[in-house]
Design a protein around this ligand. Structure first.
Ligand SMILES: Nc1ncnc2c1ncn2[C@@H]1O[C@H](COP(=O)(O)OP(=O)(O)OP(=O)(O)O)[C@@H](O)[C@H]1O
Length: 265
């Protein structure tokens, strides 16, 4: 629903070119306050490129990007980045496996790999609170490397929340998880989204069934262009998804989640 409030993200007519490649084409995307969005697209559709732009790692060739009311070109991007958390599997590889889980979580406050600051009681308290909230406080004092993939993802979300971001990007968080770990992680994401002071969540995925009802809006990206955007219930339909994938698919709803299979109805 459109509101008068300032949008969290406002992207207008954005293009991005590198060399001869035109990787983002005329992107328009407006994320309102209190909206959580899913971002869906096949491999190479431009999702990461778009997220890199929101974080200010790349600059639009044309068009304007405004994040949390700050227009690019008029804001110190280092400050802006502190308000955006980004949880991705590539981050997992960078962390020190021998670090204790709570230190991995606390390092999120300082945006460092490893912990170099003196430990503050308030940091320990917040880490405990966040790990409880994500359902992984039982991992306290364990070495990060001994945790399962699903546990690591929860720890990384807790780590991102340490910095109290206004926007939290969850970049394919269920990759590599078995069915049950995936559901447990999605439960935690649901709880986070409905909690007080939740950041705006942007959930990147290839799989519609991971898109929980809390993701009321979805953006479909294809070959660097917005194929569709708006209310998830209107976007994740057999007709729209068949057009989007350029292949007949059937979208079936079960408990407000959409499962897609390839083929005719
Ligand atoms: N700096 C760059 N130079 C050249 N090509 C790039 C660059 N960055 C991205 N690309 C290309 O742009 C396209 C979009 O990449 P992007 O990583 O944004 O896709 P994606 O939707 O995140 O894909 P995936 O789901 O596989 O992660 C790809 O073909 C990629 O190879």
């Amino acid at each position: 629903m459109e509101t008068d409030q300032q949008p969290v993200i406002d992207i207008q007519g954005v293009h991005w070119k590198t060399g001869t490649l035109h990787l983002l084409k005329d992107i328009h995307w407006r994320v309102g306050e209190q909206e959580h969005w899913a971002l869906l697209g096949l491999n190479g559709s431009g999702k990461t490129t778009l997220l890199n732009m929101i974080n200010g790692y790349i600059w639009p060739t044309k068009g304007s990007v405004t994040v949390l009311g700050h227009k690019f070109g008029e804001v110190d991007l280092r400050d802006l980045r502190k308000t955006i958390g980004w949880v991705s599997s590539s981050l997992q590889e960078k962390l020190y496996g021998t670090d204790k889980t709570q230190y991995v979580v606390i390092s999120g406050k300082y945006a460092t790999i490893g912990l170099y600051e003196e430990l503050l009681e308030e940091d320990l308290q917040l880490a405990e609170e966040l790990m409880t909230r994500l359902g992984c406080v039982h991992l306290w004092n364990r070495e990060f490397r001994t945790c399962s993939q699903g546990e690591k993802q929860k720890l990384l979300i807790a780590r991102a929340l340490m910095a109290e971001p206004r926007i939290l990007i969850l970049d394919e968080p269920c990759n590599g998880l078995d069915l049950f770990s995936r559901e447990r992680l999605l439960d935690s994401i649901h709880d986070l989204a409905v909690s007080e002071r939740s950041p705006t969540l942007l959930y990147v995925t290839h799989h519609t069934e991971e898109i929980l009802p809390i993701f009321g809006h979805s953006l479909l990206l294809r070959r660097g262009e917005v194929f569709g955007s708006g209310e998830t219930s209107r976007i994740l339909t057999t007709e729209t998804l068949s057009d989007f994938f350029e292949t007949p698919v059937v979208a079936e709803s079960h408990r407000e989640r959409v499962y897609v299979r390839v083929g005719e109805a």
